[in-house]
Design a protein around this ligand. Structure first.
Ligand SMILES: [Zn+2]
Length: 118
């Protein structure tokens, strides 16, 4: 399994995707940052998977999220796709469970290796 990151634009379009080689980490990469910057006008959601949970933002996630928001000058919506739920947060708002899940949540689980292990 691996953590996977999607950049999502208007209409649920996947603008960029990349994967780590770990089920529990997704290091910042220059390539992802360049994709965020290149797509900054149309970027709506930054989503990543937690193939082994939890369905929560990690402390590292939170520092990355605030760094991206301050670099872009606006609050992006962030999602974590865990095995059973997708959560989201925008800016300092509450963390909410997303129902129904966006179409790409299934794709993110599939790319992360979350299917086929039940
Ligand atoms: Zn995370």
């Amino acid at each position: 399994m691996q953590e996977v990151c999607f950049l999502i634009g208007r209409g649920g379009a996947v603008l960029h995707a990349d994967a780590s080689d770990s089920p529990a980490a997704l290091p910042d990469t220059r390539a992802r940052w360049e994709a965020i910057w290149a797509h900054r006008e149309e970027l709506e959601v930054i989503a990543h998977s937690h193939p082994v949970g939890p369905s929560a933002f990690s402390a590292e996630d939170e520092s990355t999220m605030s760094a991206i928001d301050s670099a872009l000058g606006r609050a992006v919506r962030y999602c974590v796709v865990a095995p059973r739920t997708t959560i989201a947060r925008t800016g300092d708002g509450p963390t909410e469970t997303v129902t129904p899940e966006p179409w790409w949540a299934h794709l993110l689980r599939l790319a992360s290796g979350m299917h086929g292990r039940r």
